[in-house]
Design a protein. Structure first.
Length: 415
């Protein structure tokens, strides 16, 4: 970066111009990733799992759900110096979200590794031993960032999936459950609701490095499927805090939006913003249920709320928690956001101001469908939870208790 600045000051106007990433060229998979004559253990019979991303938000709840089933053992791949440090990171994450006491730790094992390295950062012997014992992989690891360019998130989000697929094809053939996003579809897609069967064919229009990397990752997953690998994809929408406690991640984009509303005391009109929120604990239960259903194996599922909402319950929850909130035109709100970003301490959305101006955070006119997912979840006994002001207020109070809103008035119970 320092060299680029020197070049720019010297008159090189191309110093900050990055070459466009060739996303299609990155949709590759080693030829060795094939099932051969092997068959995996039936989904409802698998008991030994590898989980990636367990120190992340959704991954932590997936760990709780996987380990809750008697007979299951869950090996978590964690970036750390050794197994003890890896296990300590798992405990620290669960403690932060208040669910450490809910996890059956006697069924959990941690190994130090890195998805961006050869053999996931494991020795040949450890990789081979793990590959022979594990029966299914839940791949939740991802570098989620709406500001960094594609090149910065590709090692984790694209190369990491390749490592998982290579692992799945080594030794015992393993199911792969890949956590993706509904945002792999470029804005403005025509042809009606985007269903689970839809393929994100074009990458033009994806302006964020994270969504570009997930588009490439889905292409890699499709290559594996075409070769006969058992890969199930879960396209996930926005995830909110735990439905009981409100526990949520402090760098979640929705939370940053809500926090910015509270800091500014104003927000854009509620009808101009939409959300398809699902509580993280519901998503964890849904993924586990679908992953264990034989008829669901090898398909794609949409985990977002089919009854999406505008931001009316968000505004109501902010006020219920005792924070004054005015509604102002979107342009005025953005101007206030820019001004606050220049003040000491900035604003929760300061880093995203340029993306708002460039329209990079707009999802366009895409509409999505998840009727097949809804029918199957209904058969499995899971119903979409309501998006309401009370559940959102729980999340705000969680952050108040965590000190994320220091100096703000104390929360009061909603009616």
């Amino acid at each position: 970066m320092a060299a680029r600045i020197d070049e720019r000051r010297a008159g090189d106007t191309t110093a900050f111009t990055e070459p466009a990433a060739d996303l299609r060229a990155d949709v590759t998979l080693p030829d060795t990733v094939r099932p051969g004559e092997r068959t995996p253990v039936p989904p409802d019979a698998a008991t030994r799992f590898l989980l990636t991303g367990a120190t992340g938000f959704l991954g932590c709840w997936l760990l709780r759900e996987l380990a809750a089933v008697p007979g299951h053992t869950v090996t978590c791949l964690v970036r750390a110096d050794d197994a003890d440090a890896a296990l300590a990171r798992l405990h620290a994450t669960a403690d932060r979200y208040g669910i450490a006491g809910d996890i059956a730790w006697e069924r959990v094992r941690a190994v130090a590794g890195d998805l961006t390295r050869t053999r996931m950062g494991l020795s040949d012997a450890d990789h081979a031993e793990l590959a022979e014992s594990v029966e299914a992989v839940h791949h939740a690891a991802a570098h989620i960032n709406f500001v960094l360019p594609y090149a910065s998130v590709k090692p984790a989000n694209v190369d990491g999936l390749r490592s998982v697929l290579e692992f799945a094809a080594t030794g015992r053939l393993k199911h792969v459950h890949h956590m993706s996003t509904v945002a792999v579809f470029a804005p403005g897609r025509e042809g009606g609701p985007i269903t689970e069967e839809a393929v994100p064919g074009t990458c033009e229009g994806l302006g964020i490095g994270y969504t570009q990397s997930k588009w490439v990752a889905e292409g890699v997953a499709r290559l594996a499927r075409e070769r006969g690998m058992p890969v199930t994809v879960y396209r996930i929408g926005r995830i909110s805090g735990d439905s009981v406690t409100g526990a949520c991640q402090s760098d979640d984009f929705l939370w940053r939006q809500i926090k910015s509303f509270i800091e500014l005391g104003s927000a854009p009109p509620a009808e101009e913003l939409t959300t398809d929120l699902l509580p993280v604990d519901f998503v964890g239960r849904a993924v586990l249920a679908l992953s264990r259903e034989p008829s669901a194996d090898g398909a794609t599922y949409h985990l977002f709320h089919p009854r999406g909402s505008d931001f009316t319950p968000v505004h109501a929850a902010v006020r219920d928690c005792g924070h004054p909130l005015d509604t102002v035109p979107a342009e005025e709100w953005l101007t206030r956001l820019e001004e606050s970003a220049r003040r000491p301490g900035g604003n929760a959305l300061a880093a995203a101001v340029p993306l708002f101006r460039e329209g990079a955070l707009e999802l366009g006119e895409n509409t999505y469908g998840n009727e097949r997912t809804t029918r199957l979840l209904d058969r499995l006994g899971l119903r979409w939870p309501d998006i309401d002001r009370r559940s959102l207020a729980r999340m705000i109070r969680w952050f108040e208790a965590a000190g994320e809103l220091q100096g703000r008035p104390p929360a009061r119970e909603s009616a």
